[in-house]
Write a protein that binds this ligand. Structure first.
Ligand SMILES: Cc1cc2nc3c(=O)[nH]c(=O)nc-3n(C[C@H](O)[C@H](O)[C@H](O)COP(=O)(O)O)c2cc1C
Length: 205
């Protein structure tokens, strides 16, 4: 049976490490259930809610390079069940990922949902695409309300994904999530402050 993600990750040296540490064959059945080379609705919903991810590329000198990518929620678009795309915003203009993927198109991504303690990791082949040459793709990744200048699109062809376990993920909330979670408290505080003000006014009369 195919193990999807682990078919790629489990190289001969990894197999040797597993054998040396007593875990050879441990994941043969388990991983097949949560790993696939096609996104389902579960992954689609998870990806649509993300406002950032980490992407590792490999340089021609063999060094891995990890970069954080961020934008409005949903900026990483699911184009179809095996394709993702995202806008490459102009930033520090080092173009390290762009240079790396021009010679080695294999990348690894990790997507985090801190509040729900979920993470999705995936392997993909990436391609930088010119937006003027591909107006359909440009429309698919367009973010009219975002301030970032889009220099190009990156298109990712999924090789395999895997859901990680929640161990050691500390729940963290964004400012917007904290505001939503504490909205009722803020409202109640305002009510009490107003009431306090009224009572003080009454007492002083
Ligand atoms: C002015 C400015 C704006 C940036 N805007 C973004 C952004 O919208 N999204 C993002 O992920 N990184 C942004 N960055 C950070 C990095 O420049 C960006 O991640 C870059 O594309 C990484 O490319 P690299 O592969 O060379 O590391 C910004 C940086 C600067 C200086």
């Amino acid at each position: 049976m195919s193990n999807g993600f682990l078919d790629i990750a489990t190289t001969p040296s990894v197999l040797a490490a597993q054998a040396a540490n007593g875990s050879a064959g441990l994941y043969d059945k388990v991983v097949a259930k949560r790993s696939s080379n096609r996104f389902s609705e579960t992954e689609a919903a998870f990806i649509a809610a993300r406002d950032s991810f980490y992407m590792a590329s490999v340089s021609e000198s063999g060094w891995p390079y990890v970069q954080h990518r961020g934008g409005p929620p949903g900026f990483l678009k699911l184009i179809d069940e095996t394709t993702l795309a995202f806008p490459d915003f102009r930033g520090n203009r080092q173009y390290i990922s762009l240079g790396n993927v021009s010679v080695e198109n294999r990348v690894a991504l990790i997507l985090m949902d801190y509040p729900r303690r979920r993470r999705l990791k995936l392997y993909a082949r990436i391609e930088a695409r010119d937006l003027v040459a591909d107006p359909i793709l440009a429309a698919q990744i367009a973010l009219p309300d975002y301030r970032g200048l889009v220099e190009r699109a990156f298109v990712l062809r999924l090789e395999a994904f895997d859901w990680n376990c929640p161990q050691h993920i500390t729940p963290r909330l964004t400012e917007a999530e904290i505001a939503a979670a504490s909205a009722r408290l803020t409202e109640r505080l305002a009510e009490l402050e107003a009431e306090n003000k009224r009572l003080r006014a009454t007492l002083s009369q």
